[in-house]
Design a binder for this molecule. Structure first.
Ligand code: HMG
Ligand code: MG
Length: 307
């Protein structure tokens, strides 16, 4: 089996994680979290989101957070932007990258961003044009790649049609100018067999370096699915420190796979990330204490129980 020599971790905890944590956390603590993650050697951090504060109140202070970070020149600080207004705020916040987010499910698109998939792609054109003018790289997300909270699970019967839809939206995002597409298993229901089938479909026409994987770990399948992605040559993995978060528009969805757990697996496989393990573990414990929650990382928990 062939695996990549190195992997880029995209840390989404400060955005995907904190957007769904119920315990309030101060702007100062968010800034400290991002700085600790950078100090641990993470080179790509999703630091905030410029969406409606009525929809996602947890991200209302993203401008202050991003303006407050002491920047590390080697780190890319990214932000989610649903429309031109969000993009303009991301520029003001000096984001190094923005992310647009579409879905492979019509119902999820309506619930999440209040428009159809086609309308969302049209809306993103304005962002793409401004990003080009400002020389800002754009990442694209596709949600519901392996199941939708409203339309149900992937089955043998609907898999082919659904995966064709994921491919169509991914290709559209790349044609529009996204440098990569992150494939979101929003509700974490995906299993390795369907992950393999989906990736085979996508890789027929999309090079592996333009794909990232974004697994929520609701059903404990994330690491298995990541292993399938690595075997298919995908070397960009989204994860969230201490497994923080969920998705406000996918009830019951738990956080992304924990960064610590991904790092432990990659180190065990001799795959390089540039991340310092102990600093990451300390950061996971620190943020779990701040949020007064159990550390969602199995590795973080195992190591804490040893002390
Ligand atoms: P809308 O209601 O269709 O649009 O929302 P609107 O233009 O009518 O605006 C509604 C209100 O939002 C207005 O305020 C606007 O001013 C305000 P009001 O007049 O009612 O007081 N507004 C904004 N405020 C701040 N920043 C903005 C902005 N735009 C409008 N940029 C919209 C459309 C997309 C804005 C809304 O649906 C929204 O904000 N949705 C949030 C969606 C979201 O953040 N979801 C979670 C992130 S996606 C995710 O987690 C999945 C991912 O992790 C991958 C995966 O796991 O699958 C990426
Ligand atoms: Mg997500």
């Amino acid at each position: 089996m062939k695996y990549p020599n190195s992997v880029r971790i995209v840390e989404v905890g400060p955005r995907d994680g904190l957007q769904n944590e119920q315990q309030p956390i101060s702007t100062v603590d968010k800034i400290e979290l991002i700085q600790r993650l950078a100090q641990a050697g993470i080179s790509h951090i999703e630091a905030g989101s410029f969406v409606s504060p009525k929809w996602v109140p947890q991200m209302a202070d993203s401008l202050a957070v991003m303006q407050g970070i002491e920047r590390n020149a080697t780190v890319r600080y990214a932000a989610l932007t649903p429309n031109k207004r969000g993009f303009d705020q991301a520029i003001e916040a000096k984001a190094n990258e923005v992310a647009i987010f579409a879905a492979a499910s019509e119902s999820f698109s309506q619930k999440n961003i209040n428009c159809s998939i086609a309308e969302s792609l049209e809306r993103f054109e304005e962002i793409m044009a401004s990003a080009k003018a400002n020389n800002i790289p754009v990442r694209g997300y596709v949600s519901c790649i392996l199941g939708c909270p409203y339309e149900g699970p992937i089955t043998e019967q609907n898999a082919e049609t659904h995966f064709a839809k994921v491919k169509q939206v991914s290709q559209k995002l790349l044609e529009m100018g996204c440098h990569e597409v992150s494939l979101g298993d929003t509700i974490g229901t995906g299993t390795p067999k369907f992950t393999e089938q989906l990736l085979q479909t996508l890789l027929e026409d999309i090079p592996s370096h333009q794909l990232a994987v974004h697994f929520h770990d609701t059903y404990g399948q994330a690491l298995s699915n990541i292993l399938i992605a690595l075997q298919n040559g995908i070397a960009t993995i989204d994860s969230s420190i201490a497994g923080l978060g969920g998705c406000p528009y996918a009830e019951g969805a738990s956080g992304n796979v924990a960064t610590e757990d991904v790092l432990y697996m990659l180190e065990g496989m001799n795959i390089k990330t540039g991340i310092e393990f102990n600093s990451l573990i300390n950061t996971g414990n620190w943020i779990s204490q701040k949020l007064n929650r159990v550390n969602g990382s199995k590795v973080g928990q195992a190591l804490s129980s040893l002390h």
